[in-house]
Design a protein around this ligand. Structure first.
Ligand code: URP
Ligand code: ZN
Ligand code: ZN
Ligand code: ZN
Length: 466
């Protein structure tokens, strides 16, 4: 068993900031101690990491990734191997990816397929949500089994008719089942039936450029779906987690529900906090790089998202990492924005972008760790092993240099995608060293991990309700 001391850093968790030394024994954190205390000095260890001038923070928990995800006639370009390696580079040590139930197939078949994709290839730990795309009696029964084996959350889509879409009756049934088995329903809240009408009309009128993707997927149709999802969850008596919230009007629906005391939660993503419809309108089909759903919004929506992250009307920032190369993938939608595969890369950038938000004064350092590590861990049943630094927790630890400067770019990132959504963006702060269950996977900006180190983590049910 390797023992490691991390000395001299500022330990930051969601609840405190203290100069502390950290003792790691094998895969777990054994102790935190006041630097230079007799206790800290008594540790005899195999190796010591000098964290002087650095933050010592929990490894990030990205609760929304799509590796090797078949979508839009192609598949997302990061595999579990490349995607989890990029996650490690960016200080994220746990990902929760979405296994997919295909139409006509069982949840079991979908889950087995995703296990096979991930097994033996991951650089960091991973878990699964399940996408329900065929809610019928047998699927509902299978939900109970999945909750029992650690797949405790289920994503439903009010968007994408004919693909992942569920109607309100199917949604209500799934929510009722979740109310009984402790599962958490995650909702893609956009009125897909109405959006498809607007898509058809836009294309018929010759509006084929990427920016029309943002115009037809209206904020009002996100807010309407969010409102409806909340109402259905209320009727079913189930909690609800709304994914990739981007519209100010949708945030207002969540805030109103939370003010009533309802168990309603929300996630946003860095792209909605840092990018906007200005990007979608970039000339020469460049806008395709920014096509995702829910879509990027006009810049004015960002203030509402930041405020909600501060007031806890939104609890989590995940990436919705779903990369498609510009060349050969995004290009499928030249001349028809509706054929651009939806999704953005970001698993490597999330911790840095949110640190930049600390530098910019949007959130505090502790809130950074709450929304990027602790809250997603609790929301998805990964606490207390993930998301914090405490004795007994997994030694998923990031040594973060808050003063280093870096420029985000596709030429230096490690995600398997030919562009960066944040090309040229300057960031203050950088991941220096990363431990995943006690193993150093990034050592002073060098990758020292390996495919297969990452383990599957079965999850408990949502710990936000207890
Ligand atoms: O555009 C997105 N978000 N692609 C991934 C699939 C989803 O809806 O999360
Ligand atoms: Zn979605
Ligand atoms: Zn409120
Ligand atoms: Zn997604």
């Amino acid at each position: 068993m390797t023992t490691t001391a991390i000395r001299g850093g500022l330990v930051i968790t969601a609840t405190e900031e203290i100069p502390a030394d950290v003792l790691v024994e094998g895969e777990r954190i054994a102790a935190l101690a006041t630097p230079d205390s007799a206790f800290a000095r008594s540790w005899t260890v195999d190796r010591t990491l000098d964290a002087t001038g650095k933050y010592v923070v929990p490894g990030g928990v990205d609760a929304h990734t799509h590796f090797d995800f078949p979508f839009g006639g192609t598949a997302s370009s990061d595999t579990f191997e490349t995607g989890t390696r990029a996650a490690a580079w960016g200080g994220t040590t746990t990902v929760v990816d979405f296994a997919v139930q295909s139409r006509g197939a069982s949840l079991r078949e979908g889950l087995d397929t995703w296990h096979a994709k991930a097994e033996g290839t991951c650089a960091v730990d991973y878990a699964f949500h399940m996408i329900l795309s065929d809610v019928r009696e047998s699927s509902l029964k299978e939900m109970d089994l999945l909750v029992g084996e650690g797949v405790t959350s289920f994503k439903l889509f009010m968007a994408y008719p004919g693909v992942f879409y569920s109607d309100d009756g199917q949604i209500l049934r799934a929510m009722q089942r979740a109310a009984g088995n402790g599962g958490l329903i995650m909702m893609h809240a956009e009125n897909g039936i109405a959006i498809d009408v607007l898509v058809e009309q836009a294309l018929a009128a010759g509006r084929t450029d990427p920016r029309y993707h943002g115009e037809v997927r209206k904020a009002l149709l996100e807010a309407e779906a969010t409102h409806r999802a909340i109402a259905l969850a209320r009727v079913a008596g189930s909690p609800l987690y709304v994914v990739h919230v981007s519209a100010e009007e949708a945030v207002a629906e969540l805030a109103q529900a939370r003010d009533k005391g309802l168990p309603v939660f929300g996630e946003t993503c860095p792209q909605y906090l840092f990018l906007s419809t200005d990007n979608l309108a970039e000339p020469g089909f460049e806008g395709a790089k920014y096509v995702c759903s829910t879509p990027l919004r006009p810049r004015e929506h960002q203030a509402a998202l930041w405020r909600a992250l501060r007031t806890d009307d939104l609890q989590v920032v995940s990436t919705d990492h779903c990369p498609f190369c510009f060349s050969g993938q995004k290009e499928l939608g030249r001349g028809d924005f509706s054929k651009i595969p939806n999704g953005l890369p970001g698993v490597e950038n999330r911790m840095d972008l949110l640190h930049q938000a600390v530098v910019d004064g949007h959130i505090s350092r502790r809130r950074w760790i709450e929304i990027a590590c602790a809250a997603p861990a609790r929301m998805f049943g990964l606490a207390p092993r993930k998301g914090t630094l405490a004795p007994g927790a997994d030694a998923d630890i990031v040594l973060y240099d808050p003063h280093a400067r870096q420029t985000l770019s596709a030429t230096t990132h490690h995600m398997n995608v030919d562009y960066s959504a944040y090309e040229g963006k300057e960031i203050t702060g950088r991941v220096e060293t990363v431990l995943s269950r006690g193993e150093i996977v990034i050592d002073r900006r060098r990758y020292t991990g390996r495919a297969g180190h990452g383990r599957y983590v079965p999850r408990a049910t949502c710990q936000y309700l207890a």
